[in-house]
Design a protein around this ligand. Structure first.
Ligand code: AMP
Length: 527
């Protein structure tokens, strides 16, 4: 086995998806997708909790979903790095069968069987499962990974993904963007100069990324996305339609029936997938519920592709607003795009692929496997990073997806690093004290495109203290905002007068603290 090693173990690439996850490794210079003992590579990102901290992950967890919906956590990635008090969490509450609770940092958490889990803890279960698959398949210990995230993920979501890796006992060598990973895999072994557009529609998120590929260099020109547009939303629309039909037919109300709704979601997803291959499907759900007389109600309906398309068309149309935005940010017209890659399970749905083809007036590349390509790109990057400096290695230049700014009076945001700036990057700003004898400065940091604080993601508040008491305006502090190659934000400050560097503490972040991550670590828990 010639997989690259970090000293203690090999490093792999993991596509930690909303619906499914895949692990790959580079062996003998070639990327290989790894499968479990049953030969299955694509693993559902589903965690089914049992008694006393036990959990099963992957296919077996997915199978138990309809029997124990309250204990089976799926699509947890949609919650990662999110605040409890947010529109997204409200939407999630209506969608999932498991519980959502507020954590001590105001973060959204998963509640199962009366126990509350931080979302990175749930994702860590999935990562640990992928690590185990890789260890069994390669016969080697896995110590590090390049993990992919949607390009549009903000700092909190990236940081939380890193935390998940730490909890799972994996060193996250790098967090890279899913579409960039897909382009790396596509470009592997070719030297062609071209512009590539990656349309990535997964289970929970949509991203559009435009790259320029030259021999030895992959440069992301722009990225745009919607972290709440994905296959789950297609399932919701179809399931709601199925529910409306059965409620009308049997004069029942299933709006509060969690088990029936989970069965309908499951049926909706299966129907959607089946419609990718067939023009019409029979949707059957036996013993869905009981009617007012206590008789068993079953669902049996025919759904054809055009009906399904009618239901989900608004979602497909929404994706093209994002595509328009990414192209205009890259300064390119559709005719300048040489290759269109489709990534994410939802692009297997023919109406999606057809709409993309029509938009670009070009057939999307048909040779890539949308389920595996992201993990393959991550494995290639893991390999490049473990090899260290290699003049032949491809250089990857990515961008920050969302504008970073600081809060100003009146609830506004002043941009500091605009979106689509190449990373790593930094920018600084001089802050003055506003009052006499002021000894601390508080700087609230936001990510997002609005000029209003309320419409952006608040990353946290940085507190700079220990300033020398002086008349207002006299103390000047240079604050540097840096975004690293993982897309994670770092803030540091320098007292202009004394040249002293200040420690900056972050408050009001929704992320776990270092101590919490350590406490949750599976190694410490004896997993
Ligand atoms: P991903 O997050 O990339 O794994 O994408 C998962 C999403 O793709 C889920 O919503 C799946 O239902 C959907 N999906 C996977 N395969 C198909 C298929 N053949 N046809 C339609 N949707 C699919």
């Amino acid at each position: 086995m010639s997989a690259e090693s970090t000293g203690e173990g090999i490093t792999v690439g993991i596509d930690l998806g909303t619906s499914n996850s895949v692990v790959a490794v580079v062996q003998g210079g070639k990327p290989v997708v790894l499968a479990d003992e049953e030969g299955i590579a694509v693993q559902p990102s589903v965690v089914a909790f049992g008694h006393a901290n036990s959990a099963i992950v992957g296919h077996r967890a997915r199978q138990q979903m309809v029997y124990a919906p309250e204990n089976t956590v799926y699509s947890a990635k949609r919650l990662i790095g999110r605040r409890y008090a947010s529109d997204e969490v409200e939407r999630m509450k209506r969608m999932v069968s498991w519980g959502i609770a507020e954590g001590p940092h105001g973060d959204a958490r998963v509640r199962v069987q009366g126990k509350v889990y931080a979302v990175p803890e749930v994702s860590a279960r999935v990562l640990a499962h992928m690590k185990e698959i890789a260890e069994r398949a390669t016969g080697q210990k896995v110590s590090g990974a390049v993990i992919t995230v949607p390009a549009y993920f903000n700092d909190q979501q990236r940081q939380a993904t890193r935390d998940a890796a730490s909890i799972a006992g994996l060193k996250a060598l790098r967090i890279i963007n899913e579409p960039t990973a897909a382009a790396l895999a596509y470009g592997f072994g070719t030297e062609k100069r071209q512009h590539i557009a990656v349309y990535d529609l997964g289970g929970g998120t949509f991203d559009m990324t435009v790259l320029r590929m030259e021999p030895g260099v992959f440069e992301v020109l722009s990225t745009a996305g919607d972290t709440f547009l994905g296959g789950d939303d297609f399932d919701t629309l179809i399931a709601e339609w199925l529910r409306a039909q059965v409620e009308k037919q049997h004069e029942i109300d299933l709006s509060e029936n969690v088990t029936a709704k989970t069965k309908l979601r499951d049926a909706a997803e299966r129907a959607k997938v089946a419609l990718s291959a067939l023009p019409a499907v029979e949707v059957r759900v036996p013993n869905l519920a009981r009617d007012k007389q206590g008789r068993a109600v079953s669902l049996h309906l025919r759904l054809d592709r055009s009906q399904a398309l009618h239901l989900v068309m608004p979602l497909i149309q929404r994706s093209f607003l994002v595509v328009d935005d990414a192209l205009s940010q890259a300064g390119l017209a559709t005719a300048q795009i040489d290759a269109v890659l489709l990534v994410g399970g939802m692009t297997r749905f023919p109406p999606v692929a057809e709409a993309v083809g029509r938009y670009f007036s070009k057939e999307p590349v048909g040779t890539i496997n949308p389920d595996e390509v992201v993990a393959v790109g991550a494995a290639l990057q893991a390999d490049a990073l473990t090899r260290g400096f290699d003049p032949d290695a491809t250089v990857l230049l990515d961008v920050t997806p969302q504008t970073l700014g600081v809060g100003t009076v009146g609830g506004f945001v002043e941009p500091i690093i605009p979106r689509n700036t190449a990373i790593p990057t930094d920018a600084h700003k001089i802050f003055h004290t506003a009052h006499d004898n002021q000894t601390e400065v508080r700087i609230a940091v936001f990510q997002g495109e609005s000029r209003m604080q309320a419409d952006n993601e608040r990353l946290g508040q940085f507190v700079l203290d220990g300033l020398r008491p002086a008349p207002r305006g006299e103390t000047r502090v240079k604050v540097t905002f840096a975004i690293d190659a993982d897309g994670i934000v770092h803030v540091s400050a320098l007292d202009q007068e004394t040249g002293r560097a200040h420690e900056i503490a972050i408050e009001a972040s929704s992320n776990l603290t270092k101590e919490e991550v350590k406490q949750l670590s599976f190694q410490d828990l004896g997993f």
